[in-house]
Write a protein that binds this ligand. Structure first.
Ligand SMILES: *Cc1c(COP(=O)(O)O)cnc(C)c1O
Length: 484
C-alpha cells in the first residue's frame, strides 16, 4: 500500500466517525417535514437508508472532495427519496405520440359519464348480481346485455376481461378437443403475447389452417369442414393489410358454407366499432352490427379500442351459444368487476345519441379533430414550448400524421399538427434530442412524443389540457440549460 492510499483511508475513517446518528438527523427541519408527511416509521427507515448509503459511498472510495456529513444533508436526501417514492406508479402522462389509442399508454380515455358511473360504483354498494324486481340473485351481465343487443342487433351478449379473453373463452367453449378452422391470411399476432395459434392451443382447440397467406377461397373452407369441426373463426386483420393478389371469403359466404354443416362462425373484429366512422371523416371500419347482420353466430370485440370505454371484451350473438359460454367455469375467472361494468354501461349509453358522441367520447373527439384546429393549438403553444426548451432548439408548428392505434385501420392516417423540436447545432443533435425526450419524460406529468427525421415531434391531437401542458413545461425551464 502506498502512503497516499493510507492517508485517504484515514480521512475516510474520520469522516465516517463524523456521520450523524439517526437521532441527530431526526432533529432537523427536513426530518420534521418528512415525519409530518410520511410518518415516523417511514422517516426513520429512510434516514437509516440515507446513512447507509453515505457510509457505502465512503467505503467505495473515489476522489470526490470533502464529503458532506451534515445531519441536514442526510435528512434532505431521506426526504427527497420519500417524496420520489410517494409518486404514484400509475400516473397521468401527456400522450403526444400521435397514436390515439396507444396500448402502452392505456388506450381509451373514458368519457365523463363513464368516470362518474365508475366512481359511484366504487363508493357505493350496487345491485351487481341482485335482481331488484324479485329480490333474488341476478346476473351481472344483465346490467349491460340489453344495451349491447340494442346497439349491435344481436340476440344475446356477454362481457369478459378483454377481447383476448373473449376469443379464448369462445374457443374453449365451442372448440375444445375439436377443430377450429382459420384462414392462413388471418393468423394474427397482436402485441406479441396474443398469437392466434397459441390462444388456440391454450383453449384446447386444434388449429386447422386453410388457404394461403394471400388467398383463401370458399372451397378451402369447404374441404376442411367435417364432423370434428368446432367452429370457423374469421379474424379481422386489424394491424396489417394483405394487398395485391388477394382473396378472402366474406363472412356472409362463410356463414352459408358453415351453416350447411351446422358449424358456428365466429368473427373476431378486434377493435370493432358500434357506429359507422365515415360520418366522422374516418375510413370505414366494420361495425359490430354489420358483422351480426352478415350472419356470424358470434362476434367478439374490445371495450377500450374504438369503442372508447374501459378494458373489456364483448361476445355478442346467438343466445344458445352465449348461454353455453356463460356456463363455462372459465367465464367466472374472466369476468369484469362492478367498476368496469358501470363504466361500460355509461359508455354504451352515449351511443344512443350518435350526433353528440364526438363531443362526449374522448376517443372519438380526438379521432375527429380537424387538422386546422390542432394547428391553431400548436401555434398557441409554440412560444411557450420554445421558452421551455431553451435556445439550443428550434420549435416549429408543422403538419404531421396521427394514427388511430390499437390495430384499428392500420393504414389510415389522420392529418394532424405537431410542435416539432429540432436541435440548432448539427453536432450531437441525436444525443440532444434523446436528452430532451428524457427530460420531458421526467416531468411531474411526463410528456411523451416521438423522435422522427431528426426531430422530437409532439403531435397535439390528444392534448386537451393546454394549461396543464404549459405548467408541466414550466418545471423543465430550470433544467433546460442542461439540455443538449
Ligand atoms: C386487439 C385485438 C385482440 C385483443 O383484444 P384486447 O382487448 O387487447 O385483449 C384480439 N383480436 C383482434 C383482431 C384484435 O385486434
Amino acid at each position: 500500500m502506498t502512503a497516499r492510499v493510507t492517508v485517504h483511508a484515514e480521512a475516510r475513517g474520520a469522516a465516517l466517525r463524523r456521520l450523524p446518528s439517526v437521532d441527530d438527523v431526526l432533529k432537523t427541519d427536513a426530518a420534521a417535514v418528512a415525519i409530518e408527511r410520511f410518518g415516523r416509521t417511514a422517516t426513520v427507515a429512510a434516514v437509516r437508508t440515507a446513512l447507509d448509503e453515505t457510509r457505502a459511498a465512503f467505503r467505495a472510495g473515489g476522489d470526490a472532495g470533502e464529503p458532506d456529513v451534515s445531519s441536514a444533508r442526510v435528512a434532505g436526501d431521506a426526504l427527497a427519496r420519500m417524496v420520489a417514492d410517494a409518486q404514484p406508479a400509475v400516473r397521468p402522462v401527456f400522450n403526444l405520440t400521435g397514436v390515439v389509442l396507444h396500448t402502452n399508454l392505456g388506450r381509451a380515455v373514458l368519457a365523463e359519464a363513464a368516470i362518474e358511473a365508475a366512481v359511484t360504483a366504487m363508493r357505493r354498494t350496487i345491485a351487481l348480481e341482485f335482481d331488484l324486481s324479485t329480490g333474488k340473485r341476478g346476473e351481472r351481465d344483465t346490467l349491460v346485455r340489453d344495451l349491447l343487443c340494442e346497439l349491435t342487433g344481436a340476440e344475446d351478449a356477454t362481457v369478459v376481461n378483454n377481447n383476448a379473453a373473449a376469443v379464448l373463452l369462445v374457443l374453449a367453449t365451442l372448440a375444445k378437443g375439436r377443430e377450429a378452422i382459420v384462414s392462413r391470411g388471418e393468423l394474427i399476432e397482436i402485441g406479441g403475447a396474443f398469437r392466434m395459434p397459441d390462444i388456440m392451443a391454450r383453449a384446447g382447440a386444434k388449429l386447422v389452417e386453410v388457404g394461403t397467406t394471400n388467398r383463401t377461397h370458399p372451397k378451402d373452407y369447404a374441404a376442411a369442414l367435417n364432423d370434428r369441426t368446432g367452429l370457423v373463426l374469421k379474424v379481422h386483420t386489424s394491424n396489417y393489410r394483405i394487398e395485391g393478389f388477394t382473396s378472402a371469403v366474406p363472412a356472409r359466404d362463410l356463414v352459408a358454407l358453415a351453416r350447411d354443416k351446422n358449424v358456428p362462425v365466429v368473427d373476431d373484429l378486434g377493435s370493432g366499432t358500434l357506429i359507422d366512422l365515415t360520418r366522422f371523416g374516418l375510413a370505414h371500419e366494420p361495425t359490430v352490427a354489420e358483422a351480426v347482420a352478415a350472419g356470424a353466430d358470434l362476434v367478439t370485440f374490445s371495450g377500450d379500442k374504438l369503442l372508447g370505454g374501459p378494458q373489456a371484451g364483448f361476445v355478442v350473438g346467438r343466445r344458445d351459444l352465449i348461454q353455453k359460454i356463460n356456463r363455462n367455469p372459465m367465464k367466472r375467472a374472466l369476468r369484469v368487476d362492478k367498476i368496469r361494468l358501470a363504466a361500460i354501461e355509461a359508455t354504451l349509453k352515449l351511443y344512443r345519441d350518435p350526433d353528440r358522441l364526438a363531443e362526449k367520447l374522448p376517443t372519438l373527439r380526438h379521432l375527429a379533430r380537424p387538422q386546422a384546429d390542432i394547428l391553431a393549438q400548436a401555434r398557441r403553444l409554440q412560444a411557450g414550448l420554445a421558452t421551455a426548451v431553451g435556445e439550443k432548439f428550434d420549435v416549429t408548428a408543422a403538419a404531421c400524421n396521427s394514427q388511430i392505434g390499437s390495430g384499428a385501420l392500420p393504414q389510415e392516417t389522420l392529418p394532424s399538427a405537431a410542435l416539432t423540436i429540432r436541435p440548432r447545432a448539427e453536432r450531437g443533435a441525436g444525443r440532444a434530442l434523446e436528452t430532451l425526450a428524457k427530460a420531458l419524460r421526467d416531468l411531474p406529468v411526463p410528456v411523451i412524443g416521438r423522435i422522427a427525421d431528426g426531430a422530437l415531434v409532439l403531435d397535439l391531437r390528444c392534448l386537451d389540457d393546454e394549461v396543464g401542458f404549459l405548467n408541466a413545461l414550466a418545471s423543465l425551464r430550470g433544467g433546460a440549460d442542461g439540455l443538449a
